[in-house]
Design a protein around this ligand. Structure first.
Ligand code: NAD
Length: 521
């Protein structure tokens, strides 16, 4: 039931909006996307063939050269204007994110915040990351060496459905500052959000053709993107990531892969139990757990486990599920029947093999066709699939540990290595344990937002969770090629001015000794 006066999908996704957003999007065929809230069709969208992908790359390639010639400060300024547009037009953006993903408005807003942070960070700091750097030459002073950062050209970006605003435009922003064009393949179910992001970026000053969006089936359009790209930025499952890496290797192009996780949270004996329980709710159930850095394994010190679980389960049971395009719900829907199937399979199998449900444990078709209650399982053990496989839903398994060495070993017992969290009143101890965890980001006394939201620091996965990083210097330099320009002055790097080979060799030997004595690097 929609409350009287509330906006509906039809109010938001009007034919005029769809026409406006899809203008110029290449696609000989037609596909459609749907809202998880009701399962109803949202829009018909142009579906690209491999030939359409080739056309999009050709257009992007033509547009990239003049864009790279725009002064760096002006390219960065586009991001700062985009930042303001995102905040000013948030209501429109949040409506679309919610309708396409089914997430609660607060979680959609977190996504928007992440984009604003990335726009501010690369808008302000992008030019410093890309600045040419001087290096000591082979013969100091006589050899003047500069390292420049050249754009890759056209970046192919492939992104999933769970964070459609952040994982399309948020990740593309540094590529644009670095002077690239981008061709993005969003997930079809969340393509309107990416298209709205594109419209706003164009309004902020990005030349239209510099960002192309192609929509269509992953196994058809995705490989075509990899076939034409100068670099690939992929976010999605580990399985697809391996395919992308194989194709990129064949073409000898670089790629960054932001993949899956089975993230652990450690609640140490001295943790503030109330804060840790509230943090666990955020960590496990944000965006209904459909978040690569969400917590799916919870390790609690045995001395505080009962108390912690009581508070965590009480908070979890109190979460309000809802479909409204307004604040108020604490958790939204799963995004697809596939996610609901995995969630149901993981819970049912674990329960059949002896696990206990501490909260949730059932679907909620009375709210929406893809809703499932936030669920906590106790007594989970191998070979239950939920022990090791990523659920990507509102499901967490709890385990007790006796000492910190055991907790660290359990947390690290996974091929993944994306995110982790440690709760303790002793910040220093938390940071020491962080160093022992094999994860690309570790949060102390927060679940994921502290590390993810700090866009100056790298974010990404170890092991099966990926290759490369977003954010920070790595998140922009990956979209560039390093170019060294060495200018040799006055004398060549060879015997000259009548020097014999012997004299030249002796001169160079002396020179090398002097350079070391002068502490030259
Ligand atoms: P997915 O791998 O199925 O799809 C991701 C994207 O790849 C989609 O756009 C899809 O259409 C496309 N694709 C599918 N087959 C392809 C192929 N053969 N070649 C090229 N592209 C292809 O993943 P998903 O189910 O959409 O997303 C969920 C997964 O993404 C989870 O595993 C999650 O952990 C991961 N994820 C990771 C991060 C991160 O930053 N590490 C962020 C969000 C999601």
């Amino acid at each position: 039931m929609t409350p009287a006066g509330a906006r509906t999908a039809d109010d938001v996704v009007t034919p005029a909006l769809v026409t406006r957003l899809t203008r110029g999007v290449s696609g000989a065929d037609v596909t459609a996307n749907h809202t998880p809230f009701t399962g109803r069709k949202l829009a018909e969208l142009p579906e690209a063939t491999p030939q359409d992908v080739a056309t999009a790359f050709a257009r992007a390639r033509v547009a990239q050269r003049p864009w790279a010639a725009v002064p760096l400060a002006e390219r960065a300024a586009v991001l700062l204007r985009f930042h303001d547009l995102v905040l000013d037009r948030q209501s429109e953006i949040l409506d679309l994110i919610q309708l396409e993903t089914g997430k609660a408005r607060l979680h959609a807003h977190e996504e928007l915040q992440a984009v604003a942070v990335a726009a501010r960070h690369y808008g302000r700091k992008g030019p410093a990351y890309l600045r040419p750097r001087a290096h000591t030459g082979v013969i100091p002073v006589l050899t003047k060496v500069t390292e420049a950062r050249q754009p890759r050209g056209v970046v192919g970006q492939i992104s999933p459905w769970n964070y459609p605003f952040e994982l399309s435009v948020g990740d593309a922003l540094p590529a644009f500052v670095a002077g690239n064009a981008v061709v993005t393949k969003p997930d079809t179910e969340t393509a309107l959000t990416a298209l709205l992001a594109r419209e706003l970026l164009i309004e902020a000053g990005l030349p239209e053709e510099v960002w192309q969006i192609v929509i269509g089936e992953g196994p058809v359009v995705g490989p075509a993107v990899v076939d034409h790209a100068d670099y690939v930025s992929f976010t999605g499952s580990t399985r697809t990531g391996r395919e992308v890496a194989r194709s990129a290797a064949t073409r000898l192009i670089g790629c960054s892969l932001e993949l899956g996780g089975k993230n652990a949270m450690l609640v140490l004996r001295d943790a503030d139990i109330e804060k840790a329980a509230a943090g666990a709710v955020r960590g496990c159930f944000s965006s209904a757990g459909q978040l690569c850095i969400a917590i799916e394994r919870l390790y609690v010190h045995e001395a505080i486990a009962d108390e912690f679980l009581l508070r965590f389960a009480t908070r979890t049971k109190a979460l309000r599920l809802g479909t409204g395009l307004a604040y108020g719900a604490d958790m939204g829907s799963l995004a697809s029947a596939q996610q609901l199937d995995i969630m149901t399979r993981h819970v049912d199998e674990a329960v059949a093999k002896g696990a206990t449900v501490l909260a949730g444990g059932r679907p909620r078709p009375d709210i929406g066709p893809l809703f499932y209650e936030p669920t906590i399982l106790d007594g989970v053990e191998p070979p239950m699939a939920v022990c090791t496989e990523e659920t990507f839903g509102p499901l967490v398994s709890v385990y007790r540990f006796r000492d910190e060495d055991e907790a660290v070993a359990l947390a690290n017992a996974t091929p993944y290595g994306l995110n982790a969290a440690v709760w303790t009143k002793d910040g220093r101890r938390g940071r020491e344990i962080a160093a022992r965890l094999r994860a690309g980001t570790v949060n102390v006394n927060e679940a994921f937002a502290a590390a993810y939201g700090s866009a100056g620091a790298p974010m990404g996965g170890m092991g099966d969770s990926g290759l490369g990083r977003r954010h920070g210097s790595e998140g922009i330099l990956k979209y560039t090629e390093a170019q060294t320009v060495a200018h040799q002055r006055i004398m060549p790097l060879a015997p000259a001015f009548g020097l014999t080979d012997e004299k030249y060799a002796a001169l160079m030997t002396r020179g090398l000794r002097v350079m070391k004595a002068l502490h030259l690097r």
